[in-house]
Design a protein around this ligand. Structure first.
Ligand code: ADP
Ligand code: MG
Length: 357
């Protein structure tokens, strides 16, 4: 069902995106590293999951944010190895792997004791698995910018493993997705000579919000699917406020279906949005309380640098130009704001509305 609010896992559950899916699937076969980038709720996880389900070889899906938040504010090698082992065990149950022991997991003849194995050991094991199955093993890290918390060197040890695999393990490939696109690029560092991955070739698939036409068509199709007749004006109004971001369109469609009116659906959508965005802002404010002030300034229409500075200082005390600049650059890299012709603007109109209130 198009209006199912969970990430989709199968092609028939998603609307459009054929080109993007082909590109991702092609990347799995042709490129050792692929990036899937795009703002929050645009559909990255859904497309990644669909692609992994369609992939004929072994695909491993890792929710990097979960690895990060389940631990101590960092991701240890043991946590990652455990997670991959757990996933392989799960797949073993459905017949992928043989000879599994709980203590020392063995796959493809390699004995792995999760606690004693390193990231590199796992990659070597996956290479053997790939060789055995005759197809590359794909390891996908969703929201991979969190891997900068791997180990104690900003994720360099993780990347060193990826670089090793790139150079020496032809049967292993990687997919990284990121909502915080700038942070993901910084982390992977293909253009940065100090990164272990410097100069490696990768595929990049950008997932963009739907166009106006596609957004309307998406809502029409979704309503048709649940047997609801919704006036054309309401569909247009909904896209006016939600833009082409599938996550919000799905919320709206789902709530309309459940509540039966435009007004109630829009209210419920905004309440959901408020709850989700509050949580994200809470995380952001832990990094710096000034982030929230900056977003507020931009959301109420203060788009010039000097206006933002005045607002932030009035509410939060003095801030140096350099500091404000670095906060603005970070917000841009995290996908909250964009800069157009010298003005700062919010990326997502729903976030803008929530922050403004
Ligand atoms: P992201 O990982 O980019 O934050 P998700 O894949 O979690 O985005 O998608 C956000 C929401 O939008 C989910 O509810 C998902 O079901 C829905 N969604 C995203 N893309 C599509 C699509 N092409 N067709 C139908 N639903 C979609
Ligand atoms: Mg996601």
């Amino acid at each position: 069902m198009l209006f199912d609010p969970r990430p989709k896992e199968r092609r028939e559950e998603i609307f459009d995106r054929e080109k993007e899916l082909e590109k991702i699937l092609n990347g799995m076969n042709e490129y050792p590293i692929s990036l899937i980038i795009g703002i929050r709720r645009v559909g990255k996880s859904s497309l990644l999951k669909v692609a992994l389900n369609e992939y004929s070889g072994v695909g491993i899906y890792i929710d990097t944010r979960r690895l990060y938040s389940s631990g101590s504010g960092s991701i240890s090698s043991a946590t990652l190895v455990d997670e991959i082992t757990r996933i392989l065990l799960g797949k073993g149950r459905v017949g992928f792997l043989r000879g599994i022991k709980v203590e020392g997991v063995s796959f493809a003849g390699l004995h792995l004791k999760p606690r004693e194995s390193s990231w590199i050991d796992v990659l070597d094991g996956l290479e053997q698995l790939g060789r055995k199955t005759g197809e590359k093993v794909v390891i996908a890290f969703d929201e991979a910018q969190y891997l900068r918390f791997f180990g104690s060197r900003g994720g360099k040890d993780f990347l060193a493993g990826v670089a090793y695999a790139y150079d020496s393990l032809p049967n292993v490939s990687f997919i990284f997705t990121g909502s915080e696109v700038g942070l993901l690029h910084d982390f992977v560092g293909i253009d940065d000579y100090s990164s272990p991955l410097y100069g490696r070739i990768s595929e990049e698939v950008e997932i963009k919000p739907f166009s106006r036409e596609l957004s309307e068509e998406f809502l029409r199709r979704g309503f048709e699917e649940v047997g609801l007749k919704v006036p054309e004006e309401e569909i247009i109004l909904a896209v006016d406020s939600l833009d082409g971001i599938p996550g919000w369109l799905v919320e709206f469609g789902f709530n309309y279906w459940k509540k039966g009116s435009f007004k109630a659906a829009m209210e419920a959508t905004m309440n959901r949005a408020k709850a989700m965005i509050k949580e994200e802002l809470f995380e952001l404010e832990k990094r710096s309380p000034r982030y929230a002030l900056i977003l507020k300034a931009i959301s109420i229409g203060l788009s010039r640098w000097s206006q933002i500075k005045d607002y932030v200082e009035a509410k939060g005390g003095p801030v140096t130009n350099a500091r404000l600049n670095s906060l603005l650059v970070n917000l841009e890299k995290m996908g909250w704001i964009k800069k157009e012709k010298g003005r700062y603007l919010m990326v997502d109109p729903v976030v803008e509305k929530v922050v403004r209130e």
